[in-house]
Design a binder for this molecule. Structure first.
Ligand code: SAM
Ligand code: SF4
Length: 336
C-alpha cells in the first residue's frame, strides 16, 4: 500500500463519537490578508506570519493524502486570503490529482483573482466562494478598511464570464451597515448564475462587533425576503445553507446561512486545519491538535492517521455550548 498505509486503515473512515462521518476539510493556507473586514480582523492584524510554522506545499499535500485515505472527499482552501499564497494553483492541482478527492473549492475575497483565475480553472478547481458584502464602493471601504472595491468588482465581473466554476457570493449581512442591500443582491441573481448566501455574523472577532447591535438574524433576513419577494420559492437547503430559495426568472438563487442562531452540529461533517498545522475539530474549539511535530519529525503515515482520529474523537456533540468570549479572535485563524 506504500505511503497510503494498510488496507484496513484505508477502508476505515473518520467517524466521530456521535456517529457523524467526517468527509470535508477546510484548510487555511495562510492567516494573512490584504483586507481588514471589521467583523473578522483588527486593523493591526499581523502583517507577517511566523513563516516557519506555516504549512508548506508538500506538507499540505501529505495531509490531503492521509485524509483521502480516511474517506475525505472534499477540500476547501481558505485563509486569511488564500490567493496571497503564490503556490495556490499548485495546491489546487495537487489536491485535484489525489485519488479519493472529488471536490476542491476555494473561498476568496477576490482582490487578486484576475492573476489566478485561468490557472485555477486549468488546475481543476471545482467551485469558488467570493466574499463581497456590499456593491457600494464607499461602504466597501468602511467594511474592509481598504481601497480595493474597483479591483474586486472587476474581478467579480471576470469571474462571471466563466461557466467553468460553481460560484457563490458570501454576504455577511449587518444591521445599519449593509442590510438594506439585500434587494440589490437578490436583483444580482436575476442576470447571473450565482448563489447569493446571506450569512449571519458570528462571534469570532476581536472587536466583538456582533455585540454592538449589528447582528442581523436569519429570521430578519427571511422576513425581509418574504415581504419583498412574494414569489420567492423555498427549495431544499442543506445543513449550512439552511434556507434556500429560487425566484422566478432569476438565473441564480439565494440562501441564508444562520451561522449563529441555528445549530449545525447535528449534521457536522467537517474539520478544519489552520495555516500553522493544527487540526480544529469544531468551530468553537480553541486549541486543536498540532500536526507539525509529527509532520516535521519524520513521523509515519500511521502517526498522522492517529492524530486525525484523536482530533475527530474530540468533536463535541454541540460546540456552541462550549462558546466563551475568548474562543477565537478572528475567523481568519480557521478560514470560516
Ligand atoms: N479571505 C477569504 C474571504 O474573505 O473570502 C477567506 C477567509 S474568510 C475568514 C471566509 C469567510 O468567513 C468569508 O466569507 C467571511 O465573510 C466570513 N467571515 C469572517 N468573519 C466572520 C464573522 N465574524 N461572521 C460571519 N462570517 C465571517
Ligand atoms: Fe480577510 Fe476574509 Fe477576514 Fe475579510 S473575511 S479580513 S477578506 S480573511
Amino acid at each position: 500500500m506504500g505511503r497510503n498505509g494498510s488496507k484496513s486503515e484505508q477502508s476505515s473512515t473518520l467517524v466521530d463519537n456521535f456517529h457523524r462521518p467526517v468527509d470535508y476539510v477546510r484548510i487555511a493556507v495562510t492567516s494573512l490578508c490584504n483586507l481588514r473586514c471589521s467583523y473578522c480582523m483588527r486593523e493591526e492584524h499581523e502583517e507577517k506570519s511566523d513563516e516557519e510554522s506555516i504549512l508548506k506545499k508538500q506538507e499540505i499535500s501529505a495531509i490531503i493524502e492521509v485524509l483521502a485515505g480516511l474517506g475525505v472527499t472534499k477540500i476547501r482552501f481558505t485563509g486569511g486570503e488564500p490567493l496571497l499564497r503564490r503556490d495556490i494553483v499548485e495546491l489546487v492541482r495537487q489536491a485535484k490529482t489525489q485519488t479519493g478527492i472529488k471536490t476542491v473549492s476555494l473561498t476568496t475575497n477576490g482582490v487578486l483573482l484576475d492573476r489566478f483565475l485561468p490557472a485555477l480553472i486549468d488546475a481543476g478547481l471545482d467551485a469558488l466562494n467570493f466574499s463581497i458584502d456590499t456593491l457600494d464602493g464607499n461602504r466597501y471601504r468602511t467594511i474592509t478598511r481598504r481601497e480595493e472595491f474597483c479591483r474586486v468588482r472587476k474581478n467579480l465581473d471576470l469571474l462571471l464570464t466563466t461557466d467553468a466554476l460553481a460560484v457563490k457570493l458570501n454576504v455577511v449581512l449587518m444591521r445599519d451597515v449593509n442590510s438594506d442591500e439585500l434587494h440589490q443582491f437578490v436583483d444580482f441573481t436575476k442576470h447571473h448564475n450565482v448563489k447569493v448566501r446571506f450569512i449571519e455574523l458570528q462571534p469570532f472577532d476581536d472587536n466583538q462587533i456582533w455585540r454592538t447591535g449589528k447582528f442581523f438574524s436569519a429570521d430578519n433576513i427571511r422576513a425581509l425576503l418574504n415581504r419583498s419577494y412574494p414569489d420567492l420559492h423555498p427549495v431544499r437547503g442543506n445543513a449550512t445553507e439552511y434556507f434556500s430559495y429560487t425566484q422566478p426568472n432569476h438565473k441564480g438563487s439565494i440562501a441564508i446561512i444562520p451561522a449563529f442562531t441555528r445549530n449545525f452540529c447535528t449534521g457536522c461533517n467537517k474539520i478544519r486545519i489552520t495555516s500553522n498545522g493544527k487540526i480544529i475539530s469544531c468551530l468553537y474549539e480553541k486549541d486543536g491538535v498540532n500536526l507539525l511535530p509529527i509532520l516535521r519529525g519524520n513521523g509515519s503515515h500511521h502517526a498522522l492517521v492517529d492524530l486525525f482520529r484523536q482530533a475527530v474523537s474530540q468533536k463535541p456533540r454541540d460546540g456552541r455550548h462550549t462558546l466563551t468570549n475568548s474562543v477565537r479572535t478572528s475567523m481568519s485563524e480557521i478560514g470560516g
